[in-house]
Ligand binder design. Structure first.
Ligand SMILES: Cc1ncc(COP(=O)(O)O)c(C=O)c1O
Length: 423
């Protein structure tokens, strides 16, 4: 609904140029490395850019090996397949490595975190989120192991760049002999305190994945990476990603293959972005803090993080409306309705207001257990009495415009629009 002419927004001007949720931010170095790849004719899936970003990111994150892939989803697929093969052995080409097995997965995440479980024939069991970080609840995970003690694989995502409660989650997984695939697609550069040691996300699982999708903290336009400390596992993933060719003079295959390797052109873009990672994080943090301050007197709270044990990369700023300030809002499968109530608002109303003024927000990722695709899968909550944290985050939360090119003045106008929704 267009709210531009609603009297609550009188005096606010629409943005001439759209304010994005999170768009790519190019600098000058990207062109240098892409041009060099073209000039030297290294444009396919081998070349200096690939080698360089694997080296630089492994070093930055603090793992021994990185494998550059076509996207984060490919990294997750191969990480999950590898975990399946470790746990349950190699299968025939037409059988997924997880067939007949359940896998515990973050519920509040993007579908790409969990779809690879299905690619490998497994059944995702969704673990509810907690309110402190909006990530997987250790209590719910504990409960899930009580219900399904045979499970040996857990896929954990860090939502919006905020690390989850990894110490507790890791301890539970260790106690049950389960492997972790860490989905750090959204959280490159976020830090976590494990014991008394600060580490990067992307080091916290047995196999870890990051994404260079166009909306991420740094981008290659697309791309992803598999991270591990095991050379053998990195070599295996590299081999799988390049069609599983054996070391023979002809095309020789002992395993099923994929065309998942990153191109040296994409790697050139990533190579140009890496020097700007910390700068992007600082910009995103400033945006988060400006929202926290600007929205402080409204009945909303920002997406939370553990200030002792984590430093997010602040990829997306989000907020959640207090229950007492929620105007009625209902969502169908693809549509919604809300009422306008003085002093109250709803995520869909705020998103409509932002869109009316040419700014992009987004609903909180709809939890996996609420997706029609996965509705028949088990879903485990901490309390088991109908308290569904993920559904509540989806109902009351929204992602705010978080583009690092947004100026403070533009952000003030975004805040003004949100404020007007509650008038
Ligand atoms: C949590 C999460 N996992 C996985 C992905 C998939 O990454 P990609 O788009 O690079 O395939 C994304 C984003 O796109 C994501 O946000």
């Amino acid at each position: 609904m267009d709210l531009k002419n609603d009297p609550r927004f009188a005096g606010i001007e629409p943005f001439e140029n759209k304010i994005w949720l999170s768009s790519p931010t190019m600098h000058s170095e990207e062109r240098r490395w892409v041009d060099e790849a073209i000039q030297t004719n290294w444009v396919s899936t081998v070349g200096a850019n690939i080698n360089e970003i694997e080296k630089q990111l492994a070093e930055f994150v603090g793992v021994k090996h990185a494998v550059a892939l076509s996207c984060g989803t490919a990294a997750l697929h191969l990480a999950i397949k590898l975990a399946g093969e470790k746990l349950y052995g190699q299968t025939r080409p037409n059988v997924g490595t997880l067939r007949g097995h359940k896998v515990f997965c973050s519920d509040c995440t993007f579908g790409a975190s969990v779809n690879p479980v299905a690619y490998e024939g497994g059944e995702a069991v969704f673990i509810d989120a907690e309110y402190d970080t909006w990530n997987m609840s250790p209590e719910a995970l504990e409960k899930a192991f009580a219900l399904y003690p045979d499970v040996r694989l857990v896929v954990i995502a860090h939502l919006y760049g905020t690390p989850g409660k990894m110490e507790a989650l890791k301890a539970i997984c260790d106690a049950h002999g389960a492997l972790i695939v860490e989905d750090a697609a959204e959280s490159l550069g976020a830090k976590y305190k494990l014991g008394d040691r600060w580490v990067e996300t992307g080091t916290l699982g047995s196999y870890n994945c990051i994404s260079f999708n166009g909306n991420k903290i740094i981008t290659g336009s697309s791309g992803g990476m598999f991270l591990t400390n095991s050379k053998e596992d990195a070599d295996k993933v590299r081999k799988w990603s390049t069609q599983s060719r054996e070391n023979a003079p002809w095309y020789q295959h002992e395993e099923i293959g994929y065309n998942y390797r990153m191109s040296n052109i994409i790697a050139g873009v990533v190579r140009g972005q890496i020097p700007h990672l910390e700068e992007h994080i600082a910009q995103k943090r400033a945006i988060w803090e400006r929202y926290e301050k600007g929205l402080a007197d409204l009945p909303v709270t920002m997406n939370p993080w553990d200030r002792e044990k984590s430093i997010p990369n602040f990829w997306l700023s989000c907020c959640m409306i207090d229950e007492s300030a929620m105007a009625p809002m209902v969502r169908g499968e693809q549509d919604f309705q809300y009422q306008t109530v003085p002093g109250k608002s709803s995520p869909q109303e705020i998103l409509d207001a932002l869109a009316s003024f040419n700014a992009e927000g987004r609903p909180i990722w709809k939890p996996m257990h609420m997706q029609p695709l996965y509705r028949t899968h088990p879903f485990i909550t901490a309390e088991g009495n109908g308290v569904d944290v993920g559904a509540d985050l989806f109902r009351r939360g929204l992602c705010l415009p978080s583009d690092n090119k947004m100026t403070p003045e533009q952000q003030d106008r975004v805040i003004e629009i949100i404020r007007s929704c509650f008038e």
